[in-house]
Ligand binder design. Structure first.
Ligand SMILES: [Zn+2]
Length: 335
């Protein structure tokens, strides 16, 4: 310990400045509200999200849901400190039966969804689009490290609900998540309004030094048999305040292209003081290649390769980025 007060130390290391008014898209901004023992991350996605979703031309409801999954993935995956991979996927019985987001540290994102167009209806929310099943989060640190997989049941709730469930059950870290996806139309030059996807999200965690302060109330107290005494847990005042602050964040604030992330954080936490760290940039980039597809074809049984020949060629489309790879039967190893 030094004689310096903690406040003094912080002010020497990081000068206090006004929040930047310049919006930064396609980045995760880590932050800290030390007075409340809160840590968090704020994601703003513009061109990178638009790139992923536009390649697939999804119906708007499917694009919005996949956008939420992408934002959630950036909030969770950007905490990886190694060149690993964070994969979020859902497998459910709803109209969107499968979705996957693959985040490769430090910055690469790709994603796709499978859906049944005949089951899509106007006004279905994320929970209804997914239906029941499970959400899996896999952390892959490379061939020499063990894979970690976390599973959460999806019971018709949103991806935000699933994230809360996961942190309550598995990590036992008090956590709140907000996700928002929107479509923006801006006047283009000559060709009419141009459509773009935008998204934003925030993750807030309560990380006090004393673990007993992190006790949480159960999300579903209704399971107890009738007549049993419900034991209530008093949540720490700092976490109660943190939850109430993040609950005031509007969807429009998360996706507004003209509101900078720093200004949004300042708007929320200025009374307590908020410190931001260097933003982590994100980009949409698939890792597929002609070589990788050729290697995959080579791993198939000769009969299966022969079955893939259509109109004298073998065509493979990447599900993530819709890139099309064409091979002659000879190149594809068909005898
Ligand atoms: Zn690809």
């Amino acid at each position: 310990m030094t004689a310096q007060s903690p406040d003094m130390k912080i002010s020497l290391q990081t000068p206090i400045r006004a929040p930047s008014a310049v919006p930064v898209d396609d980045a995760v901004l880590p932050f800290e509200v030390a007075a409340l023992d809160l840590r968090g991350r704020l994601t703003r996605l513009g061109p990178a999200l638009d790139d992923v979703l536009t390649k697939h031309d999804y119906p708007p409801a499917v694009g919005k849901l996949l956008g939420e999954a992408i934002v959630l993935t950036t909030l969770l995956g950007s905490s990886l400190k190694f060149d690993g991979r964070f994969i979020l996927q859902t497998q459910t019985d709803g109209p969107v039966s499968f979705l996957i987001v693959d985040f490769q540290a430090p910055d690469r994102l790709r994603a796709y969804a499978r859906f049944d167009a005949t089951r899509l209806r106007e006004g279905l929310d994320s929970g209804a689009l997914l239906g029941k099943g499970h959400l899996a989060m896999t952390i892959d640190q490379g061939p020499d490290m063990s894979r970690y997989q976390g599973l959460v049941a999806l019971e018709g709730g949103s991806l935000e609900d699933a994230a809360h469930e996961y942190f309550l059950r598995s990590e036992q870290i008090p956590t709140r998540v907000r996700l928002a996806v929107g479509e923006e139309w801006r006047g283009g030059e000559g060709s009419g309004p141009r459509h773009r996807w935008r998204a934003g999200g925030m993750l807030l965690q309560f990380l006090p030094k004393a673990p007993e302060r992190a006790r949480q109330a159960d999300l579903h107290p209704g399971d107890a048999p009738e007549g049993s005494v419900t034991h209530t847990i008093e949540e720490d005042d700092a976490w109660v305040e943190g939850q109430s602050l993040i609950s005031t964040v509007q969807d429009i604030e998360l996706i507004d292209p003209d509101l900078s992330g720093e200004r949004l954080l300042y708007r929320l936490f200025h009374e307590r003081g908020v410190r931001v760290f260097a933003p982590l940039p994100l980009r949409a980039q698939c890792s597929c290649s002609r070589e990788a597809v050729a290697a995959m074809l080579a791993s198939f049984a000769p009969g299966d390769r022969a079955d893939m020949v259509k109109d004298g060629k073998v065509v493979v489309t990447c599900e993530f980025c819709s890139s099309v790879y064409e091979f002659t039967p000879d190149e594809a190893g068909v005898e």
